[in-house]
Design a binder for this molecule. Sequence first.
Ligand SMILES: CC(C)(COP(=O)(O)OP(=O)(O)OC[C@H]1O[C@@H](n2cnc3c(N)ncnc32)[C@H](O)[C@@H]1OP(=O)(O)O)[C@@H](O)C(=O)NCCC(=O)NCCS
Length: 327
Amino acid sequence: MFGFGQLIAVLKKNPKKIIFTEGEDSRILEAASRLLASSFLHPILIGSEEKIATAAEDCGFNIRGAEIIDPGKYDRMDEMVERFCELRKSKGVTPEKARQILSQANYFGTMLVKMGVADALLGGATYSTADTVRPALQLIKTKPGNNIVSSCFILVRPRATGDNEVLAMADCAININPTEDELVEIAGEAAECAKIFGVEPQLAFLSYSTHGSGAGETVDKMRNAAMKASQKYPDLPIEGELQFDAAVSPRVARTKCPDSEVAGHANTFIFPDINSGNIGYKIAQRMGNFDAYGPILLGLNAPVNDLSRGCNASEVYSMAIITAALA
Ligand SMILES: CC(C)(COP(=O)(O)OP(=O)(O)OC[C@H]1O[C@@H](n2cnc3c(N)ncnc32)[C@H](O)[C@@H]1OP(=O)(O)O)[C@@H](O)C(=O)NCCC(=O)NCCS
């Protein structure tokens, strides 16, 4: 079952470079100093060299060896502007406008990933989710075969037996009201992500209804999405629509849907919309004592992840490892 040791072992074999867009933030500096003390991840801090050095000194973090890139002094800025204009040509972006946009660390850092200077990006310690995610949607874009970028949270809780219970929940952070087809794509991506964390995915399409016990548009949406997903991914165990109790409790499952293999044992949960997903993962985190990692963005051409603005240095450190391991 999942532990960070597995992801670190992967990175040790193939160390990655990760951009931190908020290079002067004390939580980023603390996480960077921890990463620099080992050799599996190379942090690149965006910001002014002088300000970053002063902030690190003020906080007492040793960031010797960190690469710092200042958008105002970047020697490949002309090339970056040209690539940016090319990528956004359908929007008629002028070089002057591009230069202005690229002076912002979120866009600048994302272009560094696009240009191959780094493998991955972690931002959002001060930027909002939208301001971290939008540059990735516009510049990194969805990988071939995908129509949307979505997200999932990985929830981890130690068991009394010593191993970890690991669950995946999607989409709790990006798509506000996904369609049936988008839910199918979200499910496929969430299942792949769950596998990276050692989960053998068993997917439940959640609802307030179990197999027709309730009726309504969103019930139909989840039932149809589960059916389409079963057709698209015949090797994945998928059930829906299910209430959460039927999804996780073998006793309830025996009563509400006795013929289902997944019901009672689901570990990868697909929510009908962002309200239910976001509320659901936070209930697991705050009241179920799960550690929540994410949102992990799914379906992008390169890993970009978003921190919560309330994050601490330890969460930055963990998310940096997860983000880089996905590269
Ligand atoms: C993700 C999100 C920020 C995008 O919003 P936005 O930037 O206003 O979206 P826009 O419609 O202006 O689209 C911007 C670009 O991203 C693309 N895009 C938007 N959503 C996308 C998605 N889910 N997948 C792929 N591309 C997407 C658009 O096509 C557009 O591309 P273009 O500029 O090349 O035409 C928005 O869906 C959102 O706010 N989601 C909720 C975020 C949130 O608050 N989460 C809770 C806290 S974790």
